[in-house]
Write a protein that binds this ligand. Structure first.
Ligand code: PLA
Length: 406
């Protein structure tokens, strides 16, 4: 070739800190390898799970010859949006009844966060968004690329392996009035540490008194406690006081629809006419980004949410997933205790949701990957949903060795 590539100066980018773990795992040929990186639910047999109720909904959709593949409206499937708002804010939410909520179908949780961030960057006066320290690795990127200015608030205390509630209140207390605050609705990622309902109410009072704008990321509704309503409680407390509130919802985990990319973004406003104008502007955000969202996943969700019988079947399957994760916590804790592994591992059973924030350091993680073929993010987060009774002894051996030698 006579001339060099016009892209010759493009530098190699690092792999994503979470999805890159799967890339490394896929390259490992060891039969004992274990992927505890990405938060993806696996069965006791270590297999991905498609919920029965999802299979049933898909079958109904395929059999319905009246269904076509026309474009959805810019904001997506109307039924899906209505039902998603009910799911998160509660069926009897006054905000919904008063038409103060606008909900748009987006590309799973990430796309919902991104659309919300773009809207805020264009139409909200304060550009600072406070995110917890630590938080999901993609949060700072999603918000800063949309034009918001990312700041952090204290959240996790490594010494207690619990919430740094004092630090949180201090940092939000000194945030500029009007700042946006990103809150994990439940099952905080990566720490597995959530405020109590009393603490949530204190956070709410502080935020309202300072005019801070709550933006909830709800990626695990139902996965924390096994109850969809209980896990939505913090959001509903904020909506109940009549103030504004934003929420990004994902159906990746709770309905197992990961690759279908189904989610919703909602803004609760103070009046119906405001909500309607806000919605008109959300369309202007979405149209040049991806025009309109895909139809299949949202149709599955709408089919399940609008049928009482299917909805009930879903809650049973969801509870079973949440219970299996809680069971894995107990089994891992018991295994480490039985081995006499140095340290206090009670946080494994205290933490909530899909992940355990083990406290293992980067070197220990690297040791476990090298010697035991166990893959996880370098901050020591492990996906409990990727474990099974069969793989727990292997993980316990690895943690034992890592904490004894490294
Ligand atoms: N918000 C939080 C807090 C998340 O943990 C995740 C996913 C998302 C949003 C986005 O999910 P979605 O776009 O697929 O709906 N976090 C995963 C996967 C499970 C990932 O990193 O993409 C994780 O392993 O942390």
């Amino acid at each position: 070739m006579s001339t060099p590539s016009v892209f010759a100066n493009v530098v190699q980018a690092p792999e994503d800190s979470i999805l890159g773990v799967t890339v490394a795992y896929n390259k490992d040929s060891s039969p004992i390898k274990l992927n505890l990186g990405v938060g993806a639910y696996r069965t006791e047999e270590g297999k991905p799970l498609v919920l029965n109720v999802v299979r049933r909904a898909e079958q109904m959709l395929v059999n319905d010859q009246s269904r076509v593949k026309e474009y959805l409206p810019i904001i997506g499937l109307a039924d899906f949006n209505k039902l998603s708002a009910k799911l998160i804010f509660g069926a009897d939410s006054p905000a919904i009844q008063e038409n103060r909520v606008t909900t748009v179908q987006c590309l799973s949780g990430t796309g919902s966060l991104r659309v919300g961030a773009e809207f805020l960057a264009r139409h909200y006066h304060e550009k600072a968004i406070y995110i917890p320290q630590p938080t999901w690795g993609n949060h700072p990127k999603v918000f800063s690329i949309a034009g918001l200015s990312v700041k952090s608030y204290r959240y996790y205390d490594p010494t207690t392996r619990g919430l740094d509630f004092q630090g949180l209140l201090e940092d939000l207390g000194s945030a500029p009035s009007g700042a946006i605050v990103l809150l994990h609705a439940c099952a905080h990622n990566p720490t597995g540490v959530d405020p109590t309902l009393e603490q949530w109410d204190q956070i709410r009072q502080l935020m309202r008194s300072k005019g801070l704008l709550p933006f909830f990321d709800s990626a695990y509704q139902g996965f924390a406690s096994g109850s969809l309503d209980a896990d939505a409680q913090p959001i509903r407390m904020f909506v109940a006081d009549g103030g504004e509130c934003l929420a990004a919802q994902s159906y990746a985990k709770n309905m197992g629809l990961y690759g279908e990319r189904v989610g919703a973004f909602s803004i609760v406003c103070k009046a119906a006419d405001v909500a309607s104008r806000v919605e008109s502007q959300l369309k202007l955000v979405i149209r040049p980004m991806y025009s309109n969202p895909p139809i299949h996943g949202a149709s599955i969700v709408a089919t399940i949410l609008k049928d009482r019988d299917m909805y009930n079947e879903w809650t049973v399957e969801l509870k079973a997933m949440a219970d299996r994760i809680i069971n894995m916590r107990q089994q891992l804790f018991d295994a480490l205790k039985a081995k006499g592994t140095p340290g206090d591992w009670s946080h494994i059973i205290k933490q909530i949701g899909m992940f355990t924030f083990t406290g293992l350091n980067t070197n220990q993680v690297a040791f476990m990957t090298k010697e035991y073929h166990i893959y996880m993010t370098s901050d020591g987060r492990i996906s409990m949903a990727g474990l099974s009774s069969r793989t727990i002894p292997h993980l316990a051996d690895a943690i034992h060795a890592a904490t004894s030698v490294a």
